[in-house]
Design a binder for this molecule. Structure first.
Ligand code: ATP
Length: 249
């Protein structure tokens, strides 16, 4: 999927963030090319979510460069990063419970530039609801949705901003096998639409099915990087990430 000399969608270099004495992300480097799906893997507490929080502006880095389409966004406020074309979902799903599905997606549209006229916005909300499998649920309060539908809504809201880079934090966790298959197809279709994706994921079948390349973190550091099939069979990865158990969960 790499596009040769084209500017990477995301370039991370020397990224660092500590919490007191704990270095959660330590000198992290990687790039993501346009159209790639990159897996960010590692055991619990290895720094994956912190890395996503740094990239999306939820946290400020202590050091390092984060380039989005060539522009350094390290330390920018998250709403500014969103306007530059980055959207994300959260490990603990964040939807606006007091609003219905339509209103939730409308909130995401606020980050799109230029703004859509009202009629265009309503049409786009319908398209997004359909895209994530929530057609017909537009007036349902977010608080009444099932777990998977809350995830779908959060994704629709992220897509509303027409992101060029989408960060998914365990979006496929907790799905049953048929929901997982639908989720994998949906993520693939986003890539087909030209969205570059970084996903933090523990569901290995999904990582295998989706990711062109993977980075593996352990204790804040990158311990492996490469094609998914190579990374998942790397002895250091199997030891650090899976405690010596074969990576076929
Ligand atoms: N706000 C915070 N304050 C203090 N420590 C934090 C904070 N956020 C994360 N940490 C610590 O930083 C380390 C990395 O956490 P992080 O959530 O990034 O790991 P992770 O790889 O995403 O884990 P998981 O797979 O369990 O989500 C952990 O030791 C965690 O306890």
């Amino acid at each position: 999927m790499s596009q040769g000399s084209e500017t990477p969608v995301l370039t991370i270099s020397g990224l660092r963030r500590a919490f007191g004495g704990l270095v959660a992300v330590n000198d992290l480097d990687f790039t993501v090319a346009k159209g790639e799906i990159m897996g960010l893997l590692g055991p619990n507490g290895s720094g994956k979510t912190t890395a996503l929080n740094l990239i999306s502006g939820v946290l400020r880095p202590d050091a390092g460069i984060i380039r989005l389409m060539g522009q350094n966004i390290a330390g920018l406020a998250s709403y500014r990063i969103a306007r530059l074309g980055l959207a994300r979902t959260f490990q603990l799903v964040r939807v606006l419970d007091g609003m219905d599905c339509r209103e939730n997606i409308k909130a995401g549209l606020a980050f799109q530039r230029p703004h859509l006229p009202a009629s265009g916005a309503e049409l786009r909300i319908d398209t997004l609801l359909d895209r994530v499998g929530l057609a017909g649920h537009d007036r349902r309060p977010a608080a009444d949705l099932t777990y998977i539908d809350r995830k779908r809504l959060e994704l629709a809201r992220a897509l509303a901003a027409k992101p060029r880079l989408l960060l998914l934090d365990e979006w496929l966790a907790g799905l049953n096998p048929s929901e997982l298959a639908i989720g994998i197809d949906l993520i693939r279709s986003l890539r087909a639409d030209g969205i570059t994706i970084v996903l933090v994921e523990h569901v290995m079948s999904a990582v295998r099915a989706l990711c062109d390349r993977c980075i593996v973190m352990s204790s804040g550091r990158k311990i492996a990087e490469g094609a998914t099939v190579d990374v998942l069979s790397d002895a250091a990865v199997v030891k650090a990430y899976l405690g010596g158990v074969a990576a076929d969960a």
